[in-house]
Design a protein around this ligand. Structure first.
Ligand code: A3P
Length: 297
């Protein structure tokens, strides 16, 4: 992809089965998830998202639900240690050590539904469970643009229009956000899958925490729900070094913080009319095709 006369590529990116991956997610890892039965168990929870859809927010929520709302421990250990990144081999991929990992286990992934669902049963009594977060794709693209600029591995120096061209030419890491959501819609009726929208978390956080705790089969008292909601509020996660990625060597928070604005509708400040219409058209056709719908488009 060209912008400002430069050929843009994420260093070491590679394409497998049509999807662009970071070098930290090598082909053998994707194949392993697709072809092998990994050691996931009944109580394990996978947080599955397209990047920038509210992954970290959901990681923190699910970890607390599964760990008796232990906010003290959450404040003392990084979210990526408590909820590791399934396909990333940057440190040590959890895929290699699933059998020995401490339970309850929560992992995050950006892998496609068809891959993850190879590990998930149709039977409600066997695990793992999957919580999928979807977000208005226009806000996802805006958030991803700032992430591409701030994260050293991406080192993107173009404008939002340049970034949108990457999206149009299917050159984004983890592929197209709408294709990602469309694939998950195939599995929406599986009892082990819960799809929740970023916009719903914003509108009714405590109601969503209740729904999530029922899905994860954990009873939370009203006090615990209050405490959890306080801990995962935007301001609290932005201040918390275990969730804000401010000290991560790979990030440049002075260019854009990881926990950035946390609002619905920032796309209105970025998308040109043509870009907006293009996404609206795709969303309309996906709505007809599989019932996928986003709020505040
Ligand atoms: P913005 O860039 O729009 O602010 P991910 O974790 O999937 O990378 O998603 C990051 C996005 O989620 C960022 O969006 C970030 O600000 C937002 N986010 C993280 N924690 C949040 C919270 N507690 N409340 C609302 N939004 C949050």
């Amino acid at each position: 992809m060209n912008y400002a006369g430069k050929n843009y590529r994420v260093a070491g990116e590679h394409r497998y089965d049509g999807i662009l991956y970071l070098p930290s997610c090598p082909e053998y890892v994707v194949k392993k998830v697709r072809d092998e039965k990994l050691d996931f168990r009944r109580d394990d929870v996978i947080v599955a998202t397209y990047p920038k859809s509210g992954t970290t927010w959901m990681q923190e929520i699910i970890w607390l639900i599964m760990n008796k709302v232990d906010t003290e421990r959450a404040k003392s250990e990084h979210v990526l240690v408590r909820v590791p990144y399934l396909e990333s081999t940057k440190v040590e991929s959890p895929i290699e050590k699933l059998p020995t990992m401490k339970r309850p286990l929560v992992v995050k992934t950006h892998l496609r539904a068809d891959l993850i669902m190879r590990q998930v049963s149709k039977n409600a009594d066997s695990g793992p469970k999957v919580v999928v977060v979807m977000r208005n794709p226009k806000d996802v693209l805006v958030s991803y643009y700032y992430f591409y600029k701030a994260c050293k591995s991406y080192d993107f120096k173009g404008s939002f229009d340049d970034f949108f061209r990457l999206y149009e030419s299917d050159d984004l890491v983890y592929g197209d956000p709408l294709d990602y959501c469309q694939q998950w819609m195939t599995y929406k009726d599986n009892p082990n899958v819960l799809i929740i929208h970023y916009e719903d978390l914003k509108a009714d956080l405590k109601g969503c925490i209740k729904r999530l705790s029922v899905f994860c089969q954990r009873d939370l008292s009203n006090d615990q729900i209050e405490n959890l909601a306080r801990h995962v509020s935007f301001d609290s996660m932005k201040k918390n070094p275990q969730t804000n990625f401010e000290s991560f060597i790979a990030m440049r928070p002075h260019i854009s913080p990881f926990i950035r604005k946390g609002i619905v509708g920032d796309w209105k400040n970025h998308l040109a009319d043509k870009q907006n219409e293009m996404i609206d058209k795709r969303c309309e056709s996906l709505h007809r095709l599989c019932g996928l719908s986003f709020r505040f488009l």
